[in-house]
Design a protein around this ligand. Structure first.
Ligand SMILES: [Zn+2]
Ligand SMILES: [Zn+2]
Length: 352
């Protein structure tokens, strides 16, 4: 029996999200059916709902920070049982045969991962649909290999944003081998930035937040930052030159980065996590003089996402969330556009 599902969907770029009903597929042999309890609201949801990338197919149910409880499992499912606390992040499948998939980095799947919403669905998708639909919904059916286990110590609402924001920051911190003695700067203290601060501090790094004002200074310190830099403070920025091993840049708007490159120590890297659609000027002179790099990073693989959840549990880390009823999603988008959230909106699907 297909699963009757209630949701909030975007139906056009210029219309607010609205209630929407559809059917999820009945769990196949390898599937896990999940009662969605909470879904985080990511900046990419807003981009897709508004068709900012020009490829949105409507109606679309956004949401890729899904936390819930298993309601049914298929015959081949060994990893999960009914009642387990589980999560789903940005992908629900991938080709499983290309080199990145075999290496556990399915997010870089060569033919392309199946994203949790808006992708062509090899399993036929929700009944009568050919594209995947996301977590602003009360049910979701996902292959067991793309489902995560949420440790008991993390409340489901505060766990939900770990599935995108939490892994997006954790993966580069691990890739660039951050640990005791590392100096890490985090540009922008939002949904991503606040996770980067907590995780980098828990890894033993000395963390600096770089922001446009001191509005969030007390929060940054509470999260583990040792220093706070205001990017318009020329003297403070000059004093910080050549001091960081890694800069986690979470800003999703077009902004000046050449000056930030000057803050990198020799062999330092600035990793870009924000989805900017315009070019960002960077100068060879600023890079070669200290063998610096500017890099990008996209979420993390399934194995690493589980590692991140376990790391957050072991270090008592979760997201700072503002839990809202799903019918306030349009107001949440408006406030996100003004960075007016500390630090992630989460939809409470029980209030659907
Ligand atoms: Zn996201
Ligand atoms: Zn692949």
């Amino acid at each position: 029996m297909p699963i009757a599902t209630r949701a909030f969907a975007a139906v056009a770029a210029d219309r607010p999200l609205e209630p929407y009903s559809f059917e999820r597929r009945d769990p196949g042999p390898d599937d896990v059916a999940i009662d969605v309890k909470f879904c985080g609201v990511c900046h990419s949801d807003l981009h897709v709902a508004h068709n900012d990338l020009g490829n949105t197919r409507y109606p679309i149910v956004p949401g890729h920070e899904v936390a819930g409880v298993v309601s049914a499992v298929g015959a081949n499912v060994t990893k999960f049982k009914v009642g387990d606390r589980v999560g789903v992040g940005c992908m629900v499948d991938s080709c499983r045969t290309c080199a990145p998939c075999r290496e556990g980095e399915e997010q870089y799947c060569v033919p392309g991962m199946t994203q949790t919403y808006g992708s062509a669905d090899p399993k036929g998708g929700p009944v009568n649909q050919t594209i995947t639909q996301g977590g602003y919904s009360d049910h979701i059916t996902v292959d067991q290999n793309y489902v995560l286990s949420i440790p008991d110590s993390i409340p489901l609402d505060a766990a939900a944003p770990l599935l995108c924001a939490g892994i997006t920051t954790y993966s580069p911190l691990k890739h660039w081998k951050i640990g005791p003695g590392s100096r890490v700067a985090v540009v922008g203290l939002g949904g991503l930035g606040h996770m980067a601060v907590k995780q980098a501090a828990a890894m033993g790094a000395e963390v600096t937040v770089i922001s446009t004002s001191d509005r969030k200074k007390a929060d940054a310190e509470r999260m583990g930052a040792k220093h706070f830099l205001i990017n318009t403070d020329k003297a403070a920025m000059a004093a910080a030159a050549e001091s960081f091993n890694l800069i986690i840049n979470t800003v999703s708007a077009t902004h000046e980065i050449a000056g930030q490159v000057q803050l990198l120590a020799k062999d330092g890297t600035m990793v870009m996590l924000g989805l900017t659609t315009e070019g960002l000027p960077v100068y060879a002179m600023g890079l070669l003089w200290r063998r610096r790099s500017v890099a990008g990073s996209l979420i993390g693989g399934i194995r690493e996402t589980q590692e991140m959840l376990d790391f957050c549990a072991a270090n008592a880390i979760a997201c700072d969330v503002e839990v809202i009823a799903p019918d306030r999603i349009n107001e949440a988008y408006e406030r996100m556009g003004k960075s007016d959230v500390r630090y992630r909106f989460v939809l409470d699907m029980a209030r659907l």
